[in-house]
Design a protein around this ligand. Structure first.
Ligand SMILES: Cc1cc2nc3c(=O)[nH]c(=O)nc-3n(C[C@H](O)[C@H](O)[C@H](O)COP(=O)(O)OP(=O)(O)OC[C@H]3O[C@@H](n4cnc5c(N)ncnc54)[C@H](O)[C@@H]3O)c2cc1C
Length: 456
């Protein structure tokens, strides 16, 4: 008998699960239906800042696999259709087309919940004004880009609310388009997933670009003009005149549908799953931004919204739904970003997180260069490592620098994943030639310092 897999959410997590299941089971064995309330499937939200900034010209370039391509592969994609309820007893979902109030009840044998996350949008005066943009899905990027074109070039300022990686990337995009840009951040430093000393380097880099950075300040309201368009951001004692605002205030897992359906939500706020991506309800799976996952260093459940996790988790669910036995290995919080020429990376736990997790920590920070010091193009890079003071195990690392800096984090992420000590890391046989690194790569120098002087 043909089984039926229903997928809710047509982006990274959901379509990875659908595609994997489709690949592993014939149409006679498995029917695969994916519901997506938007108009796109398998798109790269990660690429939106570069489309807005103009370095990616064509929005279609951000679509890894279109609905037509999925359909050609045997997945029944239903666009503009929202799943509004899950009945785990009846094993059905209720779906509603955007254009109609009519609902259909769709049976499933297996269900994948891949509803992603919801951007934080505080209920401040003026928040609904035209010109205030959240950036989450492809349509948001298209709307933002169209609005920028519509308001035309001019001296008016754009304000980015939030100095996390999405805020920074959108600030770069607006800066690249020649706009005056202000970033307003409530924390003392931008990128608060870094330690304050590393965040301070990012703050210096932002200001060095001519982007105004206001820290330690909360946005309180938006002034709106007579046409209903945003005219200013009110933050602390400042009223910052502007004609466009981008919100980058973080996201929360979208779990309402799952919760209402009786699927267990974990302590960190995401859908609880095991390593096979199975939820508390048999035959119901969850993947991507909407789930909580295991942090391999803190040993705690966390929700970290990244496309890398969504893709891997989707693949794991797709394999398990079709009779395989795959496991998602957890996360260690590795992330990279950039603002113009400045690169930022982190992995594992920062100082605060490591102390919260109960570690007795030692840290080491070093300055080096991305290439041999004499080689043209060598630029400064700062590497900070956080280690367990009792045994030297690497717990976390952060890097701030220029071209060639950020992806060095992958060496340290691999070391953390494999529970290496700083003593062992300094021995790693990494590649060296003057165009690529000094003879002692900056990550080796940081590990060496941590091993030699475990406390600062
Ligand atoms: C600007 C930006 C830059 C980013 N950059 C990076 C990066 O550089 N690296 C990285 O790893 N990650 C990055 N991310 C995060 C990454 O895009 C997400 O982690 C990833 O898209 C999560 O995939 P997902 O499938 O879980 O959720 P989503 O991509 O959010 O997809 C969920 C889908 O489900 C649909 N949906 C939700 N509810 C329903 C429903 N009830 N019925 C039908 N459809 C529904 C939504 O319309 C959506 O299309 C970035 C995100 C943004 C916004």
């Amino acid at each position: 008998m043909t089984r039926r897999l229903v997928v809710v959410g047509g982006d990274a997590g959901g379509m990875s699960a659908a595609a994997q299941a489709r690949r592993r089971a014939s149409a006679d064995e498995l029917e695969v239906v994916a519901f997506e309330r938007g108009n796109y499937t398998s798109y790269s939200a990660c690429g939106i800042p570069y489309f807005v900034g103009g370095s990616v010209k064509d929005i279609d370039a951000l679509i890894a696999r279109s609905p037509e391509e999925h359909r050609a592969n045997g997945i029944d994609v239903r666009l503009e259709t929202e799943v509004v309820a899950i009945d785990v007893e009846a094993r059905t979902v209720t779906a509603r087309g955007r254009a109609s109030v009519a609902e259909t009840v769709e049976p499933f044998d297996d269900l994948v919940i891949a509803t992603g996350s919801t951007p934080v949008r505080p209920n401040l005066p003026g928040i609904h004004a035209r010109g205030i943009h959240g950036v989450q899905h492809l349509g948001d990027g298209i709307d933002l880009q169209a609005d920028l074109v519509a308001i035309g070039d001019g001296p008016e300022r754009c304000v980015v609310v939030g100095g996390g990686y999405v805020g920074l990337e959108l600030a770069e995009a607006l800066h690249d388009r020649g706009r005056a840009v202000t970033i307003v951040e409530a924390a003392a430093q931008p990128m608060d997933t870094l330690d304050p000393d590393m965040g301070a380097l990012v703050a210096d880099a932002i200001r060095g670009l001519g982007i105004e950075l206001i820290t330690g300040t909360r946005v309180e309201a938006f002034d709106v003009d007579t046409d209903g368009r945003v005219a200013a951001v009110v933050a602390g004692h400042r009223t910052i005149a502007c004609n466009l605002v981008v919100l980058g205030l973080g996201v929360a897992p979208s779990v309402q549908l799952a919760r209402d359906g009786g699927v267990r939500i974990g302590p960190s706020g995401g859908i609880a799953t095991d390593a096979r991506m199975a939820t508390s309800v048999a035959g119901v799976w969850a993947v991507g931004d909407c789930v909580e996952t295991h942090h391999r260093v803190s040993n705690r459940p966390v929700t970290i919204a990244l496309g890398t996790h969504a893709n891997k988790q989707g693949k794991v669910a797709g394999i398990n739904i079709t009779g395989g036995d795959a496991r998602f290995g957890g996360v260690i919080g590795t992330a990279v970003t950039k603002i113009c020429a400045h690169e930022v990376a982190r992995t594992g736990l920062n100082e605060r997180e490591a102390v919260d997790a109960g570690f007795d920590i030692a840290t080491a920070t070093i300055e080096s260069t991305t290439r041999a010091g004499y080689f043209p193009g060598a630029t400064a890079v700062t590497v900070k490592v956080v280690a367990d003071a009792t045994n030297g195990r690497l717990l976390g690392a952060q890097i701030v620098g220029r071209e060639g800096a950020a992806k060095r984090i992958d060496v340290l992420a691999t070391a953390i994943w494999n529970e290496m000590t700083v003593e062992a890391i300094q021995q790693l046989d990494l590649g060296y030639a003057p165009p690529f690194s000094p003879v002692w790569d900056p990550v080796l120098v940081a590990a060496r310092k941590a091993a030699a002087e475990p406390t600062e």
